[in-house]
Design a protein around this ligand. Structure first.
Ligand code: ATP
Ligand code: MG
Length: 407
């Protein structure tokens, strides 16, 4: 994550709609914005590269713009991984030290967590994250951090995030071909959580939902730990495509109509309002009732939250969402989405803007940049934790590592 300047962190989010490179500087006070670049994503859909050349060109454009802002080349970056190929599951691992109890060191913790990696995975999948949920020491459960405790058998419950290896590799290759080395990969909502969620929300139980263009990525926290991760193969582009098909208008016009007049609650659109819809080919444009847009968008929004509700319920997490549901991503800005989410999930729902980096321009202070900004916070915490490990370690410092891994 260091560039020519060791104090810089770079995050690259190759989204379905936009590719964003963000550079921040580590300061005494935390992280400070330095520059960014944004380009339309032309070669990636639903978290996967579909046209390598176009994806590389989009990444290059975003990176060059960000490089201009710091007058230096960007050599390394953290990248985000998202989309329908992501899966989350819970696993368990553990190690036993025989009859002699001993003090638990970082190595034992790491070994126990690594044992949880031993899940049978198809060859084409890889583990992206091992996120500890709780430790069990000699049968005593609900231990957040066993470092320094005494015991003879250490077990750990872990949430494992896996991804399709080829999908991850293709994003890495595209970024490499744009001239940037990939330091680390992160499941995007895990990073977005760093820019959005409060520790109390993670304790109480909260579900973060990033509605992008190509997919809706989900992460649920309970008791401070990650309880569920996943992705639904529906995003803002599906809403646009419904309008395009339903009104027989080009995708670009459908997108414009959605942004200007769209609302996911039919009854919030005044009766009698009409909008002009351009037709495909040479046919003349038509006037339609604005409510027609709502009639197309509302069922799609309901369906999205019904699938989310069923997934949360299946995992026993719907009722455990004490702090409710938090929406972010560009797709969450569709008018009326919040009301539909509340009516389907029957939980308090809020639309989240990312915590800003110091000196960040207001153009980035929008829900569609939560992931990119979160990646900077995440990369910063990872850097701090690594720095701490390099020093002669003490329990308090190691705790910061585990609060990071477990967050
Ligand atoms: N004001 C708005 N009203 C409705 N939809 C919006 C609005 N602003 C943005 N969107 C939608 O948000 C989507 C883009 O969101 P975002 O930038 O978060 O996607 P992405 O990160 O590129 O995609 P993904 O995360 O799926 O890879 C588009 O489908 C766009 O139509
Ligand atoms: Mg996104």
């Amino acid at each position: 994550m260091g560039n020519a300047n060791e104090h810089l962190l770079t995050a690259i989010d190759v989204g379905s709609a936009k590719t964003c490179a963000l550079v921040a500087e580590i300061t005494e006070a935390g992280v400070r914005y330095r520059s960014h670049g944004i380009a339309d994503s032309l070669g990636s859909r639903k978290g996967a590269i579909v046209d390598l050349e176009k994806a590389v060109a989009s990444i290059q454009r975003a990176v060059e713009e960000a490089e201009n802002g710091i007058s230096a080349p960007i050599e390394r970056a953290m990248i985000g991984v998202s989309g329908g190929h992501l899966r989350g599951m819970n696993s368990m691992g553990g190690i036993s030290f025989g009859n002699r109890p001993r003090e638990i060191t970082r190595d034992e913790v790491r070994q126990a967590v690594e044992k949880a990696r031993a899940i049978s995975l198809p060859e084409d999948r890889e583990v992206l994250h091992l996120l500890p949920q709780e430790f069990i020491l000699d049968g005593q459960s609900e231990i957040r951090d066993p470092l320094g405790m005494i015991g003879s058998k250490l077990e750990v419950r872990v949430h494992v995030v896996t991804a399709a290896s080829s999908a991850v590799q293709n994003v890495v290759s595209a970024v490499n071909r744009a001239g940037v080395h990939v330091d680390d990969t992160v499941f995007e909502p895990l990073a977005a959580a760093d820019a959005i969620l409060q520790p109390e929300e993670r304790e109480l139980g909260v579900t973060l939902v990033d509605i992008g263009a190509g997919s809706t990525d989900v992460i649920a926290f309970h008791g401070g730990a990650v309880a569920l991760t996943g992705a639904l193969p529906v995003g803002g582009d599906h809403f646009t495509s419904d309008i395009s098909v339903g009104l027989r208008t080009p995708m670009a016009e459908a997108e414009r109509l959605k942004l200007a007049y769209g609302c996911a609650v039919v009854t919030r659109i005044p009766e009698g309002h009409e909008v002009e819809v351009p037709s495909v080919g040479d046919r003349p444009s038509r006037m339609i009732a604005q409510r027609t847009l709502g009639e197309i968008l509302e069922p799609r929004a309901r369906e999205l939250f019904e699938v989310l509700r069923d997934n949360l319920r299946h995992a026993g997490l719907l009722e455990a969402c004490g702090a409710g549901v938090v929406l972010t991503g560009g797709g969450a800005r569709l008018m009326g989405v919040l009301e539909i989410a509340e009516s389907v999930l029957r939980k308090p729902v809020r639309l989240a803007w990312p915590s800003p980096l110091a000196k960040m321009p207001s153009v980035l202070a929008e829900p569609e940049f939560s992931t990119t900004i979160g990646m900077i916070f995440y990369a910063h915490r990872a850097r701090m934790a690594r720095g701490n490990q390099d020093e002669r370690w003490g329990v308090s410092k190691l705790k910061s590592l585990w609060s990071r891994v477990g967050a």
